[in-house]
Every structure is written in C-alpha cells, then in structure tokens.
Write a protein that binds this ligand. Structure first.
Ligand code: MUC
Ligand code: MG
Length: 367
C-alpha cells in the first residue's frame, strides 16, 4: 500500500502539574501529531514531543522538517519500504523525534492495513509491561505524596527520581525521604539529566549508598568523557545512558568507552525501526535496557508499551509509562489505563489507538 500524504499537526494540552528536572521543565504537551495516509484511506498515527533542552527540536522545527523534507521524500513509497524510508530520513542529521514519529505512524498504517497489532509484528513477546513513574523536582513532602498516590491509585512500585540539583544535598534528601516513606519493597532509581559534575555525582551516590538504588541515569554530561568513565568505576549501580545514546553509534561509543553499562530506549526518539536496532545492538553486547519516557502523551506512551511488550529484554523491567497522568487531557477516544502497576497493549490493529476528532479539533494549534 502506497503512502499518499503525511500530515504534521501541532497540538497543545496543558499539564495539571509541570514536570521539573535538571535540564528543563514541561508545562504543556505542545506536541506534533503525525498522520500518514495510505492510498486505501487508512491512516497511521504517532506523536513527536519537542524537547529543545535534549535534542534541539521545537514544535515548529518538527513540522518544518516533516512538511519540507520527509514528506516529499516518502510519499509514493509503500509501507513495506521502511528501510528505504529510514535511509532517506537519515540523509538529514538530527531531528530524532520527527523521524521517530513518522516511522511509528508508518508502522501503525502497516499494522492497520494487515489488520495485525504492531506489537505482534515487532516481536509479540507479551501483552503488557510493569510501569515505572518519574517523580520530578518538588519539595520532599510533595515528591513523597506523589509517589504514594501513584502506588495507592495505580499499584506502581517502581519510581525514577529526578536528581541533578545544586546543592546535591537537595536530591539526597529527597531520595532518602522517598525510601523512608515507601519502604524497602519499591524500586528506586535516579536520573540527573546531566545536572551534576562527576565529582558531585560520586559524592551523591556515596551519600545514598544505603538507599538500594537500582539504576543511575545520565548524572553528568557525555562531554565529561573521562569523568563519566571514572564515575562508572566508583559505583556498583548500573549507569544508564539516555540522552547521550540516542542512536546506535552513540550507544556503541558510550558502552565501549566505559561511560555507561546500560541503555534507555525511547521510541519517541528512535521510533520502532531504530529502537529495534538499538535493542539488538544491546542484546549482542550483553547490555541491559530500560524503556524510557520522553515525557510522552498517551499516543507516545502507547508506542512505548507496544515496543516494550514486543520484546523479552524490554518487557523484563518496568517501563516509564505513567507521566501522561499529569496531563489535563489527551487525544485518544479511550484513555490508556494503568492497573495493578501494569499497562496492557491495546488489542486492535496497528498501535491499537484511535484519535478522538473532537479532542483533536479542540487542542490543535493550526485550525
Ligand atoms: C528522562 O528520562 O530524561 C527529561 C528530559 C528528557 O529528555 O526526557 C525526560 C525524561
Ligand atoms: Mg533520562
């Protein structure tokens, strides 16, 4: 089936409560809905979240690169020519979330045209994932209250705590308050979004040595090359590369350079095609992975669970699938559900979601 049209639609949904972290904060989901139209009238969808503080993309830049470069390169190809699509999009450097959304919308269209769920096309390992919730910066008591609410309401027992503030003691205190309130049975890990220097990160990890942290992610910038390598040698906690490892070459560099020993996979930046490349590279190297969150809305979260559930090594650990809960609304006809700490893949063809036309009309920014 041929692709006849690709649309990039800006929309904006306010957050009830902003997410704050070392590299920025998000108050509104000002994302781009990508719709790929097939010649038989079927439409595939996905969303691109602009993260200027991580990838340099904005809502406007995502729309421009899709409208001006990717759509003309891809219209006329069939949904089976995804390798050609990837090669053509890769002629343009950067723009990871724009490329990823186009890729995933094409997979959605492929699944719909075959009447098969994408999760089964990708690997079909299981139909669900455990959920991990990201807790952003706030006074300690608010961070604790949020984690307790997520545990009591949704059954979530894995939490990623944002760290990377100065002074370092703020984050150490927050992690300690969370561990004391939640007890030994929850999994806690930390993500610094490059906020600390290597020496600060080492000091913080030392101060938190009794908190049984399971992972530490991106505590300092990738450009602190030797500092990051030294930090890995200072801690028994696996070091996750996230924004420093956004494509296979970067994954290889971080791992072989000794600056990380685990990788965060985000469908929002590598789509389904690129995420499989990263996953298979990690499997080949014997490296663990975690499904990360690009502060996705429900469309993006549905993509994460589709990919995460499809594969053995991504479904074996809680994926970051819950931060859409802080949005005031979303675009789906049926909201995603988290129960008993788990999210299921939707059973329908493609990604398994439908966009509510009234909600899209209400939140789109170009009408
Ligand atoms: C994360 O894992 O880092 C915050 C910034 C970003 O790019 O993604 C989020 C979550
Ligand atoms: Mg991260």
């Amino acid at each position: 089936m041929k692709i006849v049209r690709i649309e990039a639609i800006p929309f904006a949904v306010p957050y009830r409560k902003p997410l704050r972290f070392a590299s920025g904060e998000v108050h509104t989901a000002d994302h781009v809905l990508v719709r790929v139209h097939g010649e038989d009238g079927l439409v595939g969808v996905a969303e691109a979240p602009p993260r200027p503080f991580t990838y340099g993309e904005t809502q406007e830049s995502i729309i421009a690169v899709i409208d001006r470069i990717f759509a003309p390169e891809l219209v006329g190809l069939t949904v089976f020519e995804r390798e050609v699509m990837a090669a053509r999009m890769d002629r343009t450097v950067g723009n990871p979330t724009a490329k990823a959304a186009v890729d995933m919308a094409v997979w959605d269209l492929l699944g719909r045209s075959l009447d098969v769920p994408v999760s089964q096309l990708l690997g079909g390992y299981t139909d669900r994932m455990s959920v991990s919730h990201m807790v952003g910066f706030a006074p300690d008591a608010e961070m604790v209250a949020e984690a307790e609410r997520m545990r009591d309401t949704y059954g979530i027992t894995t939490f990623k705590v944002k760290v990377g503030r100065r002074p370092v003691s703020l984050d150490v205190g927050a992690c300690r308050a969370l561990r004391e309130a939640l007890g030994p049975d929850v999994d806690l890990y930390v993500d610094g979004n490059r906020g600390w220097k290597p020496s600060e990160a080492a000091r913080a990890l030392h101060a938190m040595a009794d908190l049984d942290l399971t992972l530490s992610e991106e505590l300092c910038p990738a450009d602190d090359v030797l500092g990051r390598r030294w930090l890995v040698s200072q801690t028994p906690i696996p070091t996750v590369a996230d924004e420093s490892a956004t494509r296979p070459g970067e994954v290889t560099r971080e791992l072989l350079g000794g600056s990380a020993n685990m990788i965060s996979i985000k469908t929002a930046r590598t789509g389904f095609t690129g995420s499989q490349r990263v996953l298979h590279l990690c499997e080949g190297l014997g490296t663990e992975v975690v499904m990360g969150n690009q502060i996705d809305g429900q469309v993006g979260t549905a993509c994460s669970v589709v990919f995460g559930a499809a594969h053995r090594s991504t479904s074996g650990r809680a994926g970051e699938l819950s931060n859409f809960l802080d949005m005031s609304d979303d675009l789906l006809t049926e909201p995603l559900q988290i129960t008993g700490g788990e999210m299921h893949v939707r059973p329908g063809p493609g990604i398994g979601i439908e966009i509510d036309p009234d909600k899209l009309a209400h939140y789109r920014q170009d009408a």
